[in-house]
Design a protein around this ligand. Structure first.
Ligand code: 4AD
Ligand code: MG
Length: 501
């Protein structure tokens, strides 16, 4: 008798017979043994088939199983610390469910363009598997945080009659002959809801017609947006800080091994503790123009140049190994590392070319302009903990942000910049609660008033100070996993010019 189970449960069945269903990651024949590495969506397990009386019927089948074939195996579980996953299955019977034809993602190196087109299969690779599991945990941790802290979930609409975050990145769709937009944010609607439920949040997909191909912009991304009535800017910042700490704590608790697998420097995440830095936009402007920023960029230039030189040497060695190593797997491993080293070198070379421009931008930063990606990177690199940059000039921010009553040039907003050069993860603000000021802000922005009448009603009927923020899920995943690019943080990334599969 054998029990049907999954790899994650094997510890409960040591010495017993079990049946597993999964896919062949690879199989390595060695004399009268075949080692089949199975993945089943819960883990990895080495299945050992030994040529003998009982295995004659399927030994050759096992030996020739193509990568990603689906199989059913039955065997005895043995604990083995050295084996992947800590267990081994001594196979007593094996059945092919479907023998895969040539699987396109082989152990050979593949470029990112190719992998993106194979996203539906690339999914199965261990790195992608791990990243999407961490994403699922982050999403769960976000929901738990708000549900456990008295926030009510409000699902906001995706068809939106008006812009929520400025008009430049709207996706227009036809709605029974009328133009409407895909939601850039649920914020205006959660503002409504906080006047009914006090503490609310929405969590859903949002859309921005980002016409640039940067590593931190998607056209479809997921955002969580809490909103609280009777809240000041400081209350909102405190909330963002507390939620961020709770997310990191959860990911460290549940995914230490996964983070190690991804090569994430875990110590850097462990350092993310309260209090985060709080620096005004005006102070940031001074930092950008000052010696600290210049020294940072000079050092970066030197470090990156040195790294390129090291990579040059490494690439040469790996090219040689890829040609001359005795074993095929050694050649493939070297070729893969060479490809990674080349990609890293390309990245560095591009970054090195950009540094002089970033130096110039930073040195000539003018009060009144928005922080660019490179400015954010500088501020982020100068700090080990996240930085709340608060009170930006109102001209560069959305109409709904509360005008600072002590300095009418700025609004009571903040961006939370994650360290290590990651940049903005969260954007939030106190909302303008005064009817007249809000109307004049709508006019200043050149927005029509009529589509916002319902929003203005909130200022007509019991207006109160309130505020909230939006956290981008993909940027959070990228930060915690230590990924440079958002494309691996979402199951099917949508970017300008990329919509397949
Ligand atoms: O700063 P943003 O635009 O803020 C808002 O949408 C507000 N309505 C939020 C609020 O106060 N309720 O976006 C918030 C976050 C950013 O910090 C970033 O993490 C993410 O959403 N984000 C993007 N992520 C991926 N691709 C894009 N194109 C993104 N644009 C924003
Ligand atoms: Mg923002």
């Amino acid at each position: 008798m054998s029990t049907i189970t999954t790899i994650s449960q094997l510890a409960d069945y040591v010495g017993q017979s079990v049946t597993l269903h999964g896919w062949v990651l690879r199989n390595t024949p060695k004399g009268k043994l075949v080692f089949v590495t199975l993945r089943d969506g819960t883990g990895y397990c080495q299945c050992v088939v030994e040529r003998g009386e009982g295995t004659e019927a399927f030994f050759d089948e096992a030996k020739h199983l193509p990568q990603e074939s689906s199989i059913e195996v039955t065997g005895t579980v043995a604990a083995d610390e050295r084996a992947i996953g800590g267990h081994e299955l001594r196979v007593g019977s094996l059945k092919t469910i479907q023998a895969a034809v040539e699987y396109p993602i082989t152990p050979k190196p593949h470029g990112i363009e190719f992998l993106m087109k194979q996203r539906h299969l690339w999914f199965r690779s261990q790195r992608q598997y791990v990243i999407l599991r961490i994403r699922a945990t982050i999403v769960d941790a976000i929901r738990r945080y708000f549900n456990d802290n008295g926030f009510i979930l409000i699902d906001t609409p995706i068809f939106a009659p008006a812009a929520g975050e400025g008009t430049s990145t709207l996706f227009e769709v036809e709605y029974f002959g009328e133009p409407v937009y895909l939601a850039q944010t649920g914020q205006l609607y959660v503002e409504t809801a906080c006047m009914a439920h006090r503490k609310v949040y929405c969590f859903g997909p949002t859309f921005r017609a980002e016409k640039s191909k940067t590593r931190r912009h998607l056209t479809e991304f997921w955002m969580v947006e809490p909103e609280i009535a009777f809240a000041s800017l400081d209350d909102v910042i405190d909330l963002a800080e507390d939620m961020t700490c709770s997310l990191i704590e959860r990911v460290l608790k549940d995914h230490r091994a996964d983070l190690e697998f991804l090569g994430r420097d875990i110590a850097k995440l462990e350092r993310i503790q309260k209090p985060f830095h709080r620096i005004s936009y005006s102070e940031v402007a001074d930092i950008l123009r000052g010696p600290q920023a210049r020294e940072l960029l000079e050092k970066e230039l030197a470090d990156k140049t040195a790294e390129v030189e090291e990579l040059n040497k490494k690439i040469e060695e790996l090219t040689e190994t890829a040609k001359t190593a005795r074993k095929k797997w050694q050649q493939e491993k070297a070729a893969q590392e060479e490809q990674a080293a080349r990609e890293r070198r390309n990245e560095l070379e591009e970054e090195i070319t950009n540094i002089p421009r970033h130096m110039e931008l930073s040195a000539n930063f003018e009060w009144g302009s928005d922080l660019g990606g490179s400015d954010e990177t500088i501020i982020s690199r100068l700090h080990e903990r996240p930085v709340f940059v608060h009170r930006y000039p109102k001209e560069v921010k959305a109409f709904y942000m509360r005008v600072d009553r002590r300095d009418g040039r700025v609004v009571e907003n903040f961006d939370m910049l994650a360290p290590e050069g990651v940049g903005e993860i969260i954007g939030g603000s106190a909302r303008e609660e005064d009817y007249d000021i809000l109307i004049s802000r709508i006019r200043e922005e050149g927005l029509p008033q009529e589509p916002y009448e319902w929003y203005l009603d909130l200022r007509r009927y019991g207006s109160v100070p309130h505020g909230g923020f939006g956290l981008g899920v993909e940027r959070t995943v990228a930060w915690l996993c230590g990924l440079k690019h958002l494309r691996e943080t979402i199951p099917f990334p949508r970017m300008m010019g990329k919509i397949y599969p």
